[in-house]
Design a protein around this ligand. Structure first.
Ligand SMILES: C[S@@+](CC[C@H](N)C(=O)[O-])C[C@H]1O[C@@H](n2cnc3c(N)ncnc32)[C@H](O)[C@@H]1O
Length: 267
């Protein structure tokens, strides 16, 4: 693709309509980026626009600035992964197609009759993945603070015909959890930079023998140790015991930093 080759890019959408989100090395000029964007549009016939990642994710909603390089300005798409659909606008909500494999890894662990809590549920990709993979799940509860993401999540539940299985709350995990009367067999915490601050809401809601999926950003060399320590220390605070089942790297996060996941049984 010439000198303006993007260092990486994601395609969000489906066969009918998609957008490309590209990242360029710093030294690439605006003209070269635009040229590369036009080439990407030619190469991917379903792509309607190319957006450039400009800057890191930031703020409570974990959004990043995306700049239109070529194509249509409409950025809402219907993303297809593993047989389900997710409507979303990446300029307004967090979404990463790269996490589809991790969502499937979690979804394939759910047993019939489980009650699952997804904290920080976004446009509901975990809720939908679970509902589709394990139709005998008892209920999936999602909590999300970004109103745009919550609106898309409600729509995604409808699109995927999971009404009655998924219950969604708009609000802060710290407030909503205090209002939940029921306990859960499994709690998923996909907010890697600060999930540890919300463990105090997760432990009291987890049944004895329940499973926690805890995400955390750490350096490659000590991620496993750090995740284990955080879980063990917090469990002690609540008079619980954790049996860490697995700690592994999910995806690279920043130079020398990785997003880790720890699966733990809580007794
Ligand atoms: C890393 S994103 C993950 C979203 C979704 N689970 C996914 O995998 O696409 C974290 C989400 O948590 C939401 N969030 C951040 N802090 C929150 C809080 N205190 N309570 C509820 N949601 C929160 C953000 O708006 C964002 O949508």
């Amino acid at each position: 693709m010439g000198s303006g080759i993007p260092s990486s890019y994601d395609i969000v959408g489906s066969k009918g309509r998609a957008i490309i989100i590209a990242e360029f090395p710093e030294w690439v000029s605006e003209e070269e980026k635009k040229k590369a964007a036009m080439e990407l549009l030619k190469r991917h016939k379903n792509a309607r626009s190319v957006l450039e990642k400009s800057g890191e994710r930031s703020g409570r909603f974990r959004l990043r600035k995306l700049k239109l390089l070529a194509g249509e300005s409409r950025t809402e798409v219907l993303h297809k992964e593993h047989g389900y659909l997710l409507k979303l606008d990446p300029t307004k909500v967090y979404f990463s197609p790269r996490e589809a494999t991790e969502r499937q890894r979690i979804a394939s662990q759910i047993a019939p009759g489980e009650r699952v809590l997804v904290m920080f549920s976004g446009v509901a990709p975990y809720c939908i993945a679970i509902g589709k993979k394990q139709p005998l799940v008892e209920e999936i509860v999602g909590i999300e603070i970004n109103p745009h993401a919550h609106r898309y999540a409600l729509e995604n539940v409808r699109i995927n015909k999971l009404e009655g299985k998924v219950r969604l709350y708009l609000g802060n995990v710290s407030d909503v959890c205090k209002r939940l009367a029921e306990k859960f067999d499994r709690i998923i915490m996909p907010l890697p930079r600060s999930a540890y601050r919300y463990l105090k809401y997760a432990f009291p809601l987890l049944k004895k023998g329940g499973v926690l999926h805890f995400y955390h950003v750490a350096r490659e060399e000590n991620g496993e140790k750090v995740c284990r320590k955080i879980l063990e220390r917090n469990a002690r605070r609540f008079g619980r015991e954790v049996k860490v089942l697995l700690v592994k790297k999910v995806l690279p996060y920043a130079p020398r930093k990785w997003k880790f996941v720890a699966d733990a049984k809580v007794i």
